[in-house]
Design a protein around this ligand. Structure first.
Ligand code: IPM
Ligand code: MN
Length: 352
């Protein structure tokens, strides 16, 4: 029987609880579809750091490279200064494993409340392709005269052409494969970031004109993108953007699809190992209460199966999630579902 080897990083806070439900559903889908998943757990996260002083073992990226995929819960601990674990674990893995795409679907499922008045599942269904290795996330910059009135802080928006081009090509390919509106929108800021987003815009049109004449090209400034994601989400099909704008607009997108309880993403290296995660955080105040919504982790598992080529099993998970949101759950927020974390996992697993 075909077996996939999955590295599991449950991480901090509610990460382990939602990962457990994700695995429950993955196993149910695999059993139905006739393949197996073999899991290896790694304890990277805040507790391990506090106990050992080590954020991530030096050889961790190398070790993780041997798996078919990585399934991640959440990183972030209330007793660790913000930034240390995020940079030292999550961002380090994204960079060192060269997961250059952060794929974030924004899809409203039936029965899920959206804050967008008058909009429903037919209106909110698009995908953000967030570049995942460059931008201000490279950490290039510095500080001088710290603590004085003359303190200077610089953190640069860094992109090279090949980074931009591979993200744009991935997004065009994705729009073609998705085959819905056959439209790719570039989200930039060409009126102010006249070097970085000028580069993005030139590559976008050159690549589109030469290799993707079948895909319509749109352009929006990032501020306008936010406005239209609220007012006319049905305009969007696939959006491609840089790392920082992508981070921001996908939180906006997430809240329009029901919030962090349901939003999932994949850190993709099309030529290497990819990592799938619920896009919300570790939610320390809900830890251990059995009230956190596991659907985001379950949907991350679905994306992982899709990526591994198990399309039928992935589709079965999505269908089951839609049945649960459409006919069972009272709400999406922690403690408001009308069911516990594991009951939600059971209902999805039973329906695959
Ligand atoms: C995300 C998160 C991370 C990011 C943080 C935790 C570093 O917000 O995955 O969107 O900024 O990429
Ligand atoms: Mn974010």
């Amino acid at each position: 029987m075909k077996t996939y080897h999955i590295a599991v990083l449950p991480g901090d806070g509610t990460g382990p609880e939602v990962v457990a439900e994700g695995i429950k559903v993955l196993n149910a889908a695999a059993a139905k579809a006739g393949f197996k998943l073999d899991y290896q757990k790694f304890d990277f996260g805040g507790d391990r750091y506090l106990a050992t002083g080590e954020i991530l073992p030096e050889n961790a990226p190398q070790e993780l490279r041997q798996y078919d995929a990585i399934f991640l819960g959440a990183i972030g601990h209330p007793d660790v200064k913000p930034g240390i674990l995020e940079k030292g674990i999550l961002l380090r893995l994204r960079f060192e494993l060269d997961q250059y795409i952060n794929l974030r679907p924004v899809k409203l499922y039936p029965g899920v409340p959206t804050p967008l008045a008058g909009k429903g599942p037919a209106d909110i269904d698009y995908v953000v392709v967030r570049e995942n290795t460059g931008d201000v996330y490279t950490g290039i910059g510095g500080v001088s005269m710290k603590g004085t009135k003359d303190e200077v802080a610089v953190q640069s928006m860094v992109y090279n052409r090949s980074q931009v081009e591979r993200a744009i090509r991935y997004a065009f390919d994705y729009a073609r494969k998705r085959h819905k509106k056959n439209t790719l929108a570039l989200c930039g800021k060409t009126n102010v970031l006249t070097y970085v987003y000028d580069l993005w815009e030139r590559v976008f049109h050159q690549v589109g004109e030469t290799d993707y004449p079948d895909i319509k090209r749109d352009y929006y400034h990032v501020d306008a993108t936010c406005m239209w994601m609220v007012k006319n989400p049905e305009w969007f099909d696939v959006i491609v953007t840089g790392n920082m704008f992508g981070d921001i607009i996908t939180d906006l997108g997430a809240i329009t699809q029901g919030g962090m309880g349901i939003a999932a993403g994949g850190n993709i290296n099309p030529e290497g190992v990819s990592m799938f995660e619920p896009i919300g955080g570790s939610a320390p105040k809900y830890t251990g209460l059995g009230v956190i919504n596991p659907l985001a982790a379950i949907c991350a598992g679905q994306m992982m199966l899709e990526h591994l080529g198990e399309k039928a099993a992935a589709a079965a998970i999505e269908k089951s999630v839609m049945r649960v949101t459409g006919s069972k759950l009272k709400g999406m927020a922690a403690g408001k579902m009308g069911y516990s974390t594991s009951e939600v996992g059971d209902m999805v697993a039973d329906g695959v």
